[in-house]
Design a protein around this ligand. Structure first.
Ligand SMILES: Nc1ncnc2c1ncn2[C@@H]1O[C@H](COP(=O)(O)OP(=O)(O)O)[C@@H](O)[C@H]1O
Ligand SMILES: [Mg+2]
Length: 381
């Protein structure tokens, strides 16, 4: 099969300006496709045209990459006809955005930086980050390891426990165990803690597949439901929680905001509550004693470092309403990023506007790439 490479001259002209060629990627093969479109809309509106030449690439729910000048609007309208299939390839160590028609590839632009505004599977879990690494791209957010460790609720809890960041008691089960011997799995899950128990697929977000089980019957259905969404299932002690979130920004040196608090409208912070019933009530800063705020901030930075976070992360905690104990719940390496999302709102409280935040994330992506490029890849004796 012959593949024809054609370099159009347009990028040469673009390069004459000092703008960064930025590829904005949104959508994705994830339950959070629609959320990503919303986050990307805010990012798109905030990208300074004098600083960036923006190239819009959407990923369909089937995983097809599509490029077009107005790809974002096209994705929102669900009309893909005018878009072209897109791909990223490096040539002599430099990444380019190409479009493809049959065997014909056309270079659209060299890539200076990628902003993947993707949430959940295939976007926030290290898989697409692996592709960026292979093609030698600078990109916003955590790398392969940070993304995948943060995405996996089970591995992430093992890591937090090992560095002394408190987590609720938990156990991990496999889909095979649930399928092969439900009664045995239930018996082991009941060892975790008294009811209620929370059952979660290890690798999803947005509360999909998560249930609160108040008794054995509910535990059985919760395990079976979670096993449909993932091969690995987490069962943990359920508490009546306050929900606290902290935003982290940086690479090796990271800073964090004050904690914010979410007051869920539903019994727990469900998908509906997150995305369908309007904005949950939010308190910034969360009304907490000073010492507890400081402790949570330390845990947030520790968690970010432990997973090798980069760029941004939102670290979520649960505080037991009864005992007042603090627990790490999860770390999101590409948290909801609309202008009214908790992540940027917390930074706004610290004096960093949404636009400044977007600029800083892009700088951090370039700094991280430069730092990575210091690594010796060849070893000669
Ligand atoms: N152990 C728990 N006890 C009480 N509530 C919980 C527990 N785990 C999760 N929840 C509730 O479920 C929501 C979603 O769980 P979470 O682990 O944050 O998954 P997701 O990745 O889907 O956000 C939380 O925001 C919280 O409201
Ligand atoms: Mg959550």
């Amino acid at each position: 099969m012959s593949v024809l490479f054609l370099r159009s001259n347009c990028w040469v002209n673009l390069k004459m300006t000092d703008k960064l060629n930025l590829v904005l990627i949104f959508g994705g093969r994830s339950g959070e496709h629609a959320v990503s479109l919303r986050s990307a809309q805010s990012v798109l509106a905030a990208l300074d045209e004098t600083k960036y030449q923006v190239f819009q690439v959407g990923i369909t729910t089937e995983g097809l990459w599509l490029y077009g000048a107005n790809a974002h609007q096209a994705f929102r309208d669900g009309s893909f006809e005018l878009l072209q299939e897109a791909l990223i390839l490096s040539d002599d160590g430099k990444p380019y955005l190409y479009t493809r028609e049959g065997n014909h590839l056309e270079s659209i632009t060299p890539i200076d930086v990628i902003f993947p505004v993707l949430h959940g599977t295939f976007g926030e879990d290290g898989t697409i980050q692996g592709l960026f690494e292979i093609q030698n791209c600078a990109y916003v957010g955590a790398g392969v390891l940070g993304s995948s460790v943060a995405m996996d609720k089970a591995v992430c809890k093992h890591v937090m426990r090992s560095i002394g960041v408190p987590v609720l008691e938990y156990a991990v089960f496999s889909r095979r165990e649930v399928q092969a011997d439900l009664a045995e799995t239930i018996a082991s899950a009941e060892q975790v803690a008294p009811y209620p128990l929370f059952v979660k697929p290890a690798n999803l977000g947005s509360s999909v597949g998560i249930s609160k089980a108040r008794n054995r019957e509910e535990l059985a259905s919760a395990l079976q439901l979670a096993a449909r969404f993932d091969r690995r299932i987490l069962v943990e002690r359920g508490i009546s929680p306050r929900e606290i979130e902290i935003s982290v920004l940086g690479n090796t040196e990271a800073q964090c905001t004050v904690p914010g608090e979410i007051v869920p409208g539903d019994e727990f912070y469900t998908y509906k509550d997150k995305y369908q019933s309007g904005d949950p009530e939010v308190a910034i800063p969360a009304p907490l004693p000073e010492a507890q705020t400081a402790l949570l901030q330390q845990y947030a930075i520790d968690a970010f470092k432990a997973v090798d976070g980069a760029g941004l992360a939102r670290v979520d905690f649960l505080i037991d309403k009864v005992s007042g104990e603090v627990y790490f719940n999860e770390i999101n390496t590409m948290p909801g990023f609309t202008e009214i999302s908790m992540y940027p709102k917390l930074w706004l409280y610290s004096g960093l506007s949404y636009t400044e935040l977007v600029n800083r994330l892009i700088e951090l992506a370039l700094e991280r790439k430069a730092e990575q490029d210091e690594t010796i890849r060849k070893f000669e004796e």
